[in-house]
Design a protein around this ligand. Structure first.
Ligand SMILES: NC(=O)c1ccc[n+]([C@@H]2O[C@H](COP(=O)([O-])OP(=O)(O)OC[C@H]3O[C@@H](n4cnc5c(N)ncnc54)[C@H](O)[C@@H]3O)[C@@H](O)[C@H]2O)c1
Length: 330
């Protein structure tokens, strides 16, 4: 299979953590990328601007600030523009924040996805990739395989993503759009999300501040390195039909283990502050990735020890910028 066919791709959420790496990977292999992002302040937009500054170095990149809920904005960009594919990485992505603001999550994650699917239908755009999440698996036994039932999400975030998955299937069935739903598992790496554990832990341990741990710290996450995620996401653009694919590291580790790795990389000791576990927290996530291996010929390459070291290195190189970022809510 040809993995890197040259394309004109719309990447939504291009200033986001995963979006900027997916866009970069597409650009490095000669594709044209139009990025959109509303640059909202769920976490400090200065980091989004930093990521965009990396992408603006590529001549195949163009950026438009706007909202995927704004049909007129999307029409003005997509009508007659000859896109080959859409990668929808724009979303509200906080589990706990979705409990505080469920209507916004429904609007962006579900309605925003329909807006894009409608334009794919109208403009004859044949490939659509939807970013979904391990959060749809809620209380299933691990490892999670794609065929498990996912109709009991334990957060509005998971529910709005599941709704987007279902709508995507309808558009594949009715209009023949090739659709790949990617269920990402706890992505981390350089320029990561400030509301997520790895970023918070690094910043707090370095600053000598207490590190918040919800629960006993023995909960496990299938931490997956950003470059592996970007590689698989780009590969998924070449699939035909409708597919749901887990992208995880297939190696869940405890939060306390990750804290320990960060301590070693920074050569500093963490002070842990324990809080009660939140009802929307999953005890463990673990991806069965046999489908990703079969369909994409993909296997994650970066082990957690190496990934944390690379992330801390990026942090140390960009310490001033990171320390100036406003504290992110979870
Ligand atoms: N990072 C992870 O561990 C993880 C895990 C599972 C799923 N995901 C999914 O992957 C996707 C990307 O996540 P991320 O970690 O890069 O998050 P992110 O918040 O860094 O990126 C999302 C980007 O979308 C933009 N955005 C939000 N609402 C928008 C709107 N209405 N219009 C235009 N742009 C908008 C944001 O400004 C942000 O830059 C999301 O769909 C998320 O749910 C991420």
């Amino acid at each position: 299979m040809l993995w890197y066919c040259l394309m004109k791709v719309l990447v939504t959420g291009a200033a986001g953590f995963i979006g900027h790496k997916v866009a970069e990977r597409l650009l490095k292999t000669g594709n044209e990328v139009i990025g959109i992002d509303d640059l909202n302040d769920y976490y400090d937009p200065k980091l989004k601007q930093w990521r965009l500054s990396q992408l603006k170095q590529y001549k195949g990149f163009d950026f438009h600030q706007g909202d995927i809920c704004d049909r007129r904005f999307l029409e003005s960009l997509l009508r007659g523009a000859g896109f080959d594919a859409v990668v929808n990485l724009a979303a509200r992505a906080g589990v706990r924040a979705s409990i505080r603001d469920p209507v916004r999550y429904l609007r962006v994650n579900t309605e925003g996805t329909i807006n894009l699917l409608e334009l794919c239908k109208e403009e004859g755009i044949g490939n659509f990739v939807l970013s979904s999440t391990s959060s749809v698996y809620s209380m299933n036994d691990v490892p999670y395989s794609e065929d498990l039932r996912t109709d009991t999400p334990i957060s509005p975030y998971g529910a709005t993503k599941k709704a987007a998955e279902l709508l995507s299937y309808s558009y594949h069935y009715l209009f023949g759009i090739n659709i790949v739903v990617l269920r990402y598992f706890t992505v981390y790496g350089p320029a990561g999300r400030p509301d997520m554990s790895v970023f918070k832990f690094i910043k707090k341990i370095d600053a000598g501040e207490p590190v918040p741990v919800y629960g006993d710290g023995h909960q496990k996450r299938d931490f997956t390195y950003i470059d592996d995620i970007a590689e698989a996401t780009v590969k998924s653009l070449c699939l035909q039909g409708y597919h749901t694919i887990n992208l995880g590291n297939d190696n869940p580790v405890e939060l306390l283990y990750v804290i320990n790795l960060i301590e070693k990389s920074l050569n500093k000791k963490a002070t842990l502050q324990f809080y009660p576990v939140h009802p929307s927290d999953m005890k463990v996530t673990w991806a069965d990735i046999s489908r990703a291996r079969d369909l994409l010929g993909w296997t994650p390459k970066v082990k957690i020890e190496e990934g944390i070291e690379r992330t801390v290195k990026w942090y140390l190189q960009n310490r001033q910028m990171v320390q100036a970022l406003r504290e992110a809510e979870e």
